[in-house]
Every structure is written in C-alpha cells, then in structure tokens.
Design a protein around this ligand. Structure first.
Ligand SMILES: [Zn+2]
Length: 79
C-alpha cells in the first residue's frame, strides 16, 4: 500500500516538474479563452478581439506566471 502511494506521489511530482520545465522553456501557450483563434463571437454574431489575449491568440502559461511570482518573491526577500 505504501509503495503505491509513494509511486503515485512520485508520478505527480514528475509531471509537475515536467510542466514547470516546459513553462520555463516556452512561456507562451495558446489562449484558453479563444483557443488561439484571436477573436470570439458575441451573442449577436459579430467578431471581437479576445479580451484575455488582446487578439494575439497566445497567453503566458499559468506555470510560468507561478515561476515568475516565486522568482520575484525570492529576489525581494534577498535584498
Ligand atoms: Zn484569446
């Protein structure tokens, strides 16, 4: 039983580390709001630039924002 729990936590940790590595290497991801289409349709059917990504279709990944936050906190704490 303990082995299964250990294996599960190690797998989760491994996935998290891989995700953070991807975020560090390539901070931009496809916008989740418009799925990279750069616009969204309003209720009356007209196109509007996506407000989340300002019509670029890309967004800073959540993990990258987390890394930047930790980095800023670390830097501010070591002055
Ligand atoms: Zn968007």
């Amino acid at each position: 039983m303990t082995t299964i729990l250990l294996l599960a936590s190690l797998t989760t940790l491994g996935y998290s580390l891989c995700y953070l590595a991807v975020c560090a290497a390539s901070p931009w991801g496809r916008c989740r709001h418009c799925r990279g289409a750069r616009y969204h349709r309003t209720t009356i059917g007209t196109r509007r630039d996506c407000p989340r990504c300002d019509g670029t279709g890309i967004q800073v990944r959540l993990g990258r924002r987390l890394i930047d936050h930790i980095r800023t906190e670390y830097r501010d704490g070591h002055r």
